[in-house]
Design a binder for this molecule. Structure first.
Ligand SMILES: N[C@@H](CCC(=O)N[C@@H](CS)C(=O)NCC(=O)O)C(=O)O
Length: 220
């Protein structure tokens, strides 16, 4: 069987979400490391906007983490990570959107300016933008997430769904910026995120990323 090819860097929250999804679904894939603005022709052909992740599956190309995941979910329905139940499906799409937009945007302001610009692009980041995101945006988002996390330990229903992967993934970027979840303030997020990031679909990527961050140098 041909392997799905994924283009991206594991430091991207969107790529990390997709890699975790592939792991949970047990779909074999090959990760082709590309960085921001990468000229790799395969990546460029698969990603019209030059954004990661992008995918090639036996000649079929697609960009955008959610588009790729919906394609794969239709192709490999089991185990379902996007529920069929209407309310649960709506909630999963809500959390995927939350993770991909406001949460990733806030983590991106901190991660890009504190890590990507100085370490990977050799230029100064906008420290004021990163500080503003951490001070003014992040607490509100975490308070909302804390209030919305059910006792089940999963964001939707009583089992893992795409929602958990989509919202836990940007948390790694906050972590890379030194922002920690304080269990005294956000106990439910602390326990939930620890459990999600420790899953076999995510733990090896988390370890690899932490090694990359320690070295201060990135390999995509
Ligand atoms: N909605 C897209 C977002 C993809 C995205 O913005 N990726 C960033 C990396 S974290 C990127 O490739 N940025 C490069 C650029 O904007 O040129 C997805 O879910 O895949």
């Amino acid at each position: 069987m041909l392997r799905v090819i994924i283009y991206g860097s594991i430091l991207s929250p969107f790529v990390r979400k997709l890699l975790a999804y592939l792991g949970e679904k047990n779909i074999a894939f090959e990760l082709k490391g590309v960085g921001i603005g990468d000229p790799d022709p395969g990546f460029r052909a698969a990603s019209p906007l030059g954004k990661m992740p992008a995918m090639e599956d036996d000649g079929f190309t697609l960009a955008d983490s959610s588009a790729i995941i919906h394609y794969l979910e239709a192709k490999y329905p089991e185990p379902a990570l996007i529920p069929a139940d209407p309310q649960e499906r709506g909630q999963v799409i809500w959390w995927d959107e939350f993770g991909d937009t406001v949460f990733a945007l806030c983590s991106g302001k901190m991660f890009f300016n504190r890590v990507v610009a100085p370490k990977f692009l050799n230029r100064k980041g906008d420290a004021a933008m990163a500080d503003q995101a951490e001070r003014e945006e992040l607490p509100k988002l975490l308070d909302y997430l804390e209030s919305a996390l059910p006792a089940s330990g999963f964001l939707v229903g009583d089992r893992l769904t795409l929602a958990d992967l989509a919202v836990a993934s940007p948390l790694m970027n906050f972590r890379h910026c030194g922002a920690r979840i304080d269990p005294a303030v956000h106990p439910k997020i602390a326990a939930w995120s620890e459990a999600i990031l420790a899953r076999p679909s995510l733990a090896p990527w988390v370890e690899k990323e932490e090694r990359m961050m320690k070295k201060g140098m990135g390999e995509a």
